[in-house]
Design a protein around this ligand. Structure first.
Ligand SMILES: [Zn+2]
Ligand SMILES: [Zn+2]
Length: 849
């Protein structure tokens, strides 16, 4: 029988036809809707893996594909490891783009959104992502958003939802209010070039600040989160310890009273306070400017400067201006009076909106005092080990804590840290101050003057004021036919059948709240709903949550780092609120968080304007879903940005083709030897393959458990394939049972990352069980170890020693080891080596003279 040509197929087509293979498996998978369903009442350990749900913009982009390919690989890996896996998907489907599309295309937002969901879902299915669609959550449907309303009522009952008039961030492009978290460098998070304006409106707020301390403290528990995300949250919460001190104005100016309470983190410097600085919008400033038109106009100027600085984003860099009010206030520590100024660099929402100015010991105060000729008084001297040196005056401003107090009455001589505690305690005992903690975190403004969001379930009655909608009347349905415009008021104002209602309390005529909720409310708790998505009686059943969330929350959450603040802080708050309601037991929603890098092209973010957008549909059509997925895992470590290369995905497709062709030639499940155990005695070539196989199993498993450097796992599988390709030449020396084992394992290792091809090959090697739940291969340390052999070493034909070398060692290494052996060295000492004969794996003979 002639030697079989490697490149000619015998019974099967050797060409890897991704389209045909993927279509076959796609059809099979679609016919089994429960394929990826999590098991109810399972005795298996649970694993909840979740990718952040997308906004249904109409089409997936490569960033989505990468995010989902990572999560899907992990879900499949966990199934193969015997876990009961929950892997759901849904749609964050309220939000402004639907309204913009409605205006542009004259399509109702709901229609537009549901059509987009349908097409994106189709894309996800085609990409082979293993989602349990029976749990799909669509946040814009009443079956979901009724629970937003229910939670809102619960928060209102507990005083966690409240209404107040306040300065709010307003995006003139979105025509709506933004939360502080949605203002990025002074601009709108959706409109990077649009400065955010400040407006005064009555708004609904959620009291996230009630949990400020706990949100900060529990970051310590989140060891499975990237440190950068924890740092970002820590900074956002911005806890600072300090003291409040009352300065008396010596008489009322107006309704805001006669006391100015300052917040300071350095009460130890209070003897050096030579003025007070108020924020231009501090209530007492309003009183002071009441009858003083000149002062009013100067303050208005400061307000304008401050707004402008806020709009460009950096209040710290503002050119500092101020105006003296003509008033004085008494420093309760010294008893002296200091001038009261208004300054453009003091913000109303930091501390109390009033500070004491200590020019000698603060950069900004120093700059301000120099400009306006205010007194600069030294009250802290640097600490020094040399007592002579301590009297030396420091360069001003001297701002460190590494010093002690001077010119500070009874507190002189005390070091700064001690003085801070003593002086705050003193102020408290005397009744003019106290130690306190402030946070940068503010309450979450959730009112939006938009149509496409959850209606806030509140009504306004002339007689009863604000009245919550009764729970039994939920959901308050968002009306369908609404004329959406971006005019500034809520579009719901123009829908009389929505607007006009009756008061739940007195039955009289009332008006509904027409603002809708911030869409970040929707995503604050959606992942709980997945666990019990069809519950009509409650947002979810607590027992079911206890199973899936355990004590520590979602086992693995995967998404973009752009959600480090907004979504991830709101959802932590929501979890703590639900825990306090007794609905959940876990303190935190997410045990482990992974933030993947972006997908870029030609070094830049993909965008239509740049023309560098890669379409997932096109990639699937050209190379197949497996290649698109595998390339997005292979091209870069998942936490880094991935620079998309067309040649890269082509290379991956060629690799898949190579795998396929190897199986076409070597899958022989009908061979009687196919299922036999691999013999323990193997030729060196066969043993090398066996060893490589186990090393690969270890590498891939380690990476799933560890750092998720799938790029290196995939390289390892490629190397294994190269090794077995090389062995095809010497097939007679490789037992069929080993070739079978290699193939079985390659399928198992590829199954989480390239599921279509893996399923096809699984069938090709005669396996009938469900690959999705086939056991993950076991790594055998003994088989992965290098074998060692003993080789006798002769000198002039006489046995002198034995050396131990790795099996299959090259001649050079054996020669080197033999000559380095102590006994051999003694035997050849002082003689000339004529020749070294190495018979690999057998013998070394050194000929000397
Ligand atoms: Zn905007
Ligand atoms: Zn009423």
């Amino acid at each position: 029988m002639p030697q079989q040509d490697k490149f000619v197929a015998t019974t099967r087509e050797e060409r890897y036809d991704a389209r045909q293979i993927e279509q076959k498996w796609f059809d099979r998978w679609q016919s089994d809707p429960s394929l990826y369903a999590a098991e109810a009442n399972s005795a298996k350990p649970k694993f909840y893996v979740l990718e952040m749900l997308p906004y249904p913009s109409g089409a997936l982009h490569m960033g989505h594909v990468r995010n989902y390919a990572i999560g899907d690989a992990l879900a499949r890996y966990m199934w193969m490891n015997g876990y009961n896996v929950l892997h759901p998907m849904g749609w964050d489907s309220f939000g402004l783009p639907a309204e913009n599309a409605a205006i542009k295309n004259n399509t109702p937002p709901k229609e537009w959104t549901l059509a987009n969901i349908a097409s994106m879902k189709k894309q996800m299915k085609r990409l082979g992502f293993a989602y349990d669609w029976s749990r799909e959550v669509t946040t814009c449907l009443p079956e979901y958003y009724r629970w937003n309303q229910w939670f809102f009522l619960k928060m209102y009952e507990q005083g966690l939802a409240y209404r107040k008039k306040s300065k709010v961030n307003w995006c003139p492009q979105c025509c709506t209010v933004l939360a502080n978290e949605q203002v990025v460098n002074g601009n709108c998070w959706r409109h990077e070039d649009t400065p955010v304006e400040q407006r005064e409106l009555e708004q609904w707020f959620l009291r996230i600040t009630k949990y400020a301390d706990e949100l900060l403290r529990d970051l310590e528990k989140l060891e499975g989160w990237p440190e950068k995300v924890r740092t970002m949250q820590r900074n956002w919460i911005g806890r600072s310890e300090g003291a409040l001190v009352d300065f008396d104005l010596g008489g009322t100016v107006g309704p805001a009273g006669s006391t100015i309470t300052v917040f300071t983190t350095r009460i130890d410097t209070i003897y050096g306070a030579t003025s007070l600085q108020l924020a231009p919008e501090h209530p007492i400033v309003k009183d002071m400017t009441g009858r003083d038109a000149d002062l009013r106009s100067k303050v208005d100027q400061l307000i304008a400067e401050q707004r402008k600085a806020k709009e460009v984003g950096d209040i710290g860099a503002i050119e500092k201006h101020g105006v003296f009010t003509g008033r004085y206030a008494k420093n309760p520590f010294t008893g002296e009076t200091v001038p009261v100024w208004v300054a453009n660099y003091i913000l109303t929402d930091y501390g109390t909106g009033a500070i004491m100015s200590v020019p000698a010991h603060d950069e900004r105060d120093y700059e301000f005092a120099r400009k306006y000729g205010l007194e600069i008084r030294l009250v802290i001297l640097p600490q020094s080990s040399d007592p002579e040196e301590t009297m030396a005056e420091p360069q001003l401003p001297f701002t460190t804590m590494d010093g002690f107090l001077v010119n500070s009455g009874e507190f002189s001589g005390i070091n700064c840290a001690d003085a801070i505690h003593k002086m705050a305690a003193f102020a408290e005992a005397k009744g003019f101050g106290k130690a306190t903690v402030t946070f940068r975190l503010k309450d979450w403004g959730v009112s939006r003057q938009r149509y496409w969001g959850t209606p806030i379930p509140m009504v306004f009655c002339e007689k009863d004021g604000i009245v919550p909608v009764a729970e039994k009347d939920l959901p308050v349905i968002l009306p369908d036919r609404v004329n959406v415009t971006l005019t500034g008021g809520s579009p719901l104002l123009s829908v009389p059948e929505f607007l006009n209602t009756t008061c739940p309390k007195c039955g009289g005529p009332a008006r509904r709240e027409t603002d809708t909720m911030d869409t970040f409310v929707d995503s604050s708790w959606y992942f709980y709903r997945y666990a019990d998505a069809r519950n009509e009686k409650a947002p979810f059943d607590s027992k079911t949550i206890a199973y899936w969330f355990g004590d520590e929350g979602i086992d693995q959450y995967i998404g973009g780092v752009e959600h480090a603040i907004l979504h991830l802080i709101y959802s932590r708050f929501w979890t703590k609120f639900m825990r306090d309601m007794g609905l959940v037991k876990n303190d935190e929603p997410v045990k482990r968080l992974f933030t993947q890098g972006m997908v870029i092209k030609d070094g830049a973010k993909m965008s239509k304007n740049r023309g560098n957008v890669v379409s997932p549909d096109e990639m699937v059509a050209r190379y197949g879903a497996d290649a698109a997925r595998l390339y997005s895992l292979f091209a870069a470590p998942p936490d880094r940005d991935l620079d998309w290369q067309d040649t890269g995905i082509e290379g991956i497709q060629r690799f898949l083709g190579r795998v396929y062709r190897f199986f076409v030639r070597n899958a022989q499940p009908e061979d009687p030897e196919w299922l036999q155990p691999v013999p323990s005695e193997l030729s060196a070539d066969a043993r090398a393959i066996q060893r490589k196989l186990h090393l690969t199993i270890k590498r891939v498993g380690d990476d799933f458990k560890g750092r998720w450097h799938f790029n290196t796992c995939i390289s390892a599988i490629m190397e294994l394939l190269n090794e077995v390709y090389g062995a095809e030449e010497s097939k007679d020396r490789i037992p069929v049972s080993l070739i079978a084992e290699v193939q079985r394992n390659i399928v198992l290792l590829l199954a989480p990352m390239a599921p279509y091809l893996a399923h096809e090959l699984w069938e090709m090697i005669g396996e009938e069980g469900n690959l999705l739940k086939a056991a993950w291969p076991k790594y055998d340390a003994a088989l992965a170890a290098l074998d060692e052999i003993e080789i006798p070493v002769q000198v002039n034909g006489k046995l002198r020693s034995r050396i131990i070398v790795p099996a299959g060692s090259a001649e050079d290494l054996i020669r080197e080891r033999a000559l380095a052996d102590e006994k051999v060295k003694t035997a050849i000492a002082g003689k000339q080596i004529v020749k070294v004969i190495v018979v690999p794996s057998k013998l070394v003979n050194i000929v000397v003279r």
